[in-house]
Design a protein around this ligand. Structure first.
Ligand code: BGC
Length: 495
C-alpha cells in the first residue's frame, strides 16, 4: 500500500525540460515557440483557486436540488457508515465501469480478504448496443463464473454491485442511470433502475438469481476499502478511464435531503455523496481555461458537451488531448518537419504513451528519449529529431501536470470544505497507479492549495470496486441485523 505524505515539493517537469533543452542545445527558437503555444496548458495557483471556488459553488447547487439542470449532480449514496472492522462473511461483487466486467466471490475475515474472481471483456458492440444485450452479457458472465466455481448456492449471497456511472439513487438498492460516460451508450438504460435491469436479465436466463443488497459507485467502494484499513478515510477518488470523487457530507448541508429518515426512522448525521465531479464545467464554469485543443477532444467524443472536467483529466482523454496538441504543433511546422500525417490519426496516442514518455523525463543526466523515439516511430512519424522527442515529452508533461493540478484543486476544495483535522483520501484508477509522477504532482499541489492546519494523506486503495463492494454489502447487512435485533429486543421488553 503506497501512502504519500503532505506537501512533498516537486520541481515542475517542464522547468527541468527547459534547463535540459539548454544542456542538450536543443533548437531554442523552436522550443520557445512551442513553449509559448503551450502556455495555456500551465495553470497558475490563482487559476486553480478560481476553479476551487467555482467547483464548490457548483457542488452547492447540486446539493440543493435534484433537477437535471445542475452540472455537478452530488448524488446521495445512502451509505452513511464506514466499516468498523468487524465486517465478515461471504459476498458476491459485480464491477462494471469500463471495458472490463468483473465477477468476484469475496470472503471477509477480520482484516483479511480472500477473493476469487474472473474478468470478462465488454466488447464495444455491447457497450453501444441495447441495454438488454448489455445486462444479458453481465448475467451470462455471472452464470459462467458461478458454474465454474461451484457457486450454485452463492446466488443467495449478499451482492454488492459496483456500477461506475452516475446513478440517481433512491436507496441503497435502487438507482437510475443519469447518463452514460466513458464511451458507453447502451440504449434504454438512461433513466432506468439498473438493479431492476440486472434482475430482469437473470430472470430471462432462469438459471441464476441474485440478492442485490447494495448498488454503489467505484469512488464509494474506494472510500470504503480504505476506511476498512484507516478509519480516517472520508474521501474516495478515482483517476482512471474516468474521474470522480465522493466524500462524507453533513446531512444539514444537503438541502435536497431535508427531512430524510432511513427505513428505520433515523436521520443519519452524515452521508457519502457521489459528487460526479467529471461533469464540472458542463455549464461553462471551465470555459475560462479550456483550450481549443480541449474543444476538439470534446467535439470528437461520443458525448460532446458532457463531462468536461473529466475530459481534461482522465485516462480516456489524456492521450488524445496530447495527440491533438502535437497534431496542431506539427501543422504549424513546429514538430516532425511539419509532417502531421501520422499524428493526425484519432486515438493513435493512448494515455499509456503519455506515461511512458513522461518516464523518459525521469532519467537524470543524459536523457536519451528512447521510449519517446520508439513510440513516435511505432505510430509512423517519419523524420524524428532529438528536438522533436524533447518537445513531445514537454507537451506530454504539460498535459499530465495539468491533469494532476486540476484533480488537486478538486481534492483540496473538498478537504477545505470538510475542514476536519485529519483526513485520509483513498485514491485508485489507472492514471494514479501507472503514471510515473502523477501521484507526486497531485500530492504536492494539494499541499499548496489547502488552508489552515488540515492534515491529509493520500492512500492507494486496494481494489475498491471489488473489496469495497463487499464492504458496502457487509455494512448494509450488519446494520440491518443490528437494527433488527434492537427492534426485537425493544418489542420483547415492551411486552
Ligand atoms: C463516472 C463516475 C465514475 C468515474 C470513475 C465517470 O465517468 O461518471 O461515476 O466514478 O467515471 O470510474
Amino acid at each position: 500500500m503506497a501512502a504519500t505524505g503532505k506537501c512533498s515539493k516537486v520541481r515542475p517537469r517542464f522547468e527541468m525540460l527547459k534547463s535540459m533543452s539548454i544542456q542538450n542545445s536543443i533548437d531554442v527558437s523552436n522550443n520557445q515557440m512551442i513553449q509559448e503555444a503551450c502556455q495555456r496548458l500551465v495553470l497558475s495557483d490563482q487559476q486553480l483557486r478560481r476553479i476551487m471556488q467555482s467547483m464548490e459553488k457548483s457542488m452547492e447547487q447540486g446539493l440543493a436540488t435534484s433537477t437535471k439542470k445542475v452540472a455537478v449532480k452530488m448524488l446521495p449514496t445512502y451509505v452513511d457508515s464506514v466499516p468498523n472492522g468487524t465486517e465478515s462473511g461471504d459476498f458476491l461483487a459485480l464491477d462494471l465501469g469500463g471495458t472490463n466486467f468483473r465477477v468476484l466471490h469475496i470472503k471477509l475475515q477480520g482484516k483479511e480478504t480472500k477473493m476469487t474472481g474472473k474478468i470478462f471483456r465488454v466488447p464495444e458492440s455491447i457497450m453501444r448496443g441495447t441495454g438488454e444485450a448489455l445486462f444479458d452479457h453481465i448475467a451470462g458472465c455471472m452464470a459462467k463464473f458461478m458454474g465454474e466455481n461451484d457457486l450454485k448456492d452463492a446466488q443467495k449471497l449478499p451482492l454488492g454491485f459496483t456500477f461506475s456511472f452516475p446513478c440517481e439513487q433512491e436507496g441503497l438498492t435502487k438507482g437510475k442511470l443519469v447518463t452514460w460516460t466513458k464511451g458507453f451508450k447502451a440504449s434504454g438504460v438512461e433513466g432506468v433502475d439498473v438493479v431492476t435491469l440486472l434482475h430482469e436479465a437473470c430472470h430471462r436466463r432462469k438459471d441464476i438469481d441474485i440478492d442485490v443488497v447494495a448498488l454503489l459507485n467505484d469512488t464509494v467502494g474506494t472510500l470504503m476499502a480504505c476506511a476498512f484499513q484507516e478509519n480516517s478515510c472520508q474521501i474516495g477518488v478515482i483517476v482512471g478511464t474516468g474521474t470522480n470523487a465522493c466524500y462524507m457530507e453533513r446531512l444539514d448541508r444537503i438541502p435536497k435531503l431535508a427531512g430524510y429518515v432511513d427505513e428505520h426512522g433515523v436521520t443519519p448525521e452524515e452521508m457519502i455523496i457521489n459528487t460526479e465531479w467529471g461533469a464540472f464545467g458542463d455549464d461553462g464554469a471551465l470555459d475560462f481555461l479550456r483550450t481549443e485543443w480541449d474543444e476538439v477532444v470534446d467535439r470528437e467524443s461520443i458525448n460532446p458537451g458532457q463531462h468536461l472536467y473529466e475530459k481534461m483529466i482522465s485516462g480516456m482523454y489524456m492521450g488524445e488531448c496530447a495527440r491533438v496538441v502535437l497534431e496542431d504543433l506539427a501543422k504549424q511546422g513546429l514538430l516532425f518537419g511539419g509532417n502531421s500525417d501520422a499524428i493526425s490519426v484519432p486515438h493513435c496516442f493512448p494515455t499509456k504513451f503519455v506515461s511512458e514518455i513522461d518516464s523518459d523525463l525521469l532519467e537524470d543526466d543524459d536523457r536519451t528519449f528512447q521510449k519517446t523515439y520508439q513510440i513516435l516511430e511505432d505510430i509512423g512519424v517519419e523524420m524524428i529529431t532529438a528536438n522533436d522527442c524533447a518537445n513531445v515529452a514537454y507537451v506530454c508533461s504539460l498535459i499530465s501536470t495539468r491533469a494532476a493540478h486540476l484533480t488537486a484543486a478538486g481534492i483540496a476544495m473538498l478537504l477545505n470544505r470538510m475542514n476536519k483535522k485529519h483526513v485520509t483520501v483513498g485514491v485508485d484508477g489507472s492514471v494514479y497507479r501507472f503514471h510515473p509522477t502523477y501521484p507526486t504532482l497531485l500530492d504536492a499541489k494539494i499541499g499548496e492549495l489547502i488552508v489552515g492546519d488540515i492534515e491529509y494523506k493520500l492512500m492507494l486503495s486496494e481494489d475498491g470496486s471489488g473489496r469495497g463492494a463487499a464492504l458496502v454489502a457487509a455494512v448494509a447487512t450488519r446494520l440491518k441485523e443490528e437494527k433488527l435485533a434492537a427492534s426485537l429486543s425493544s418489542s420483547s421488553s415492551n411486552q
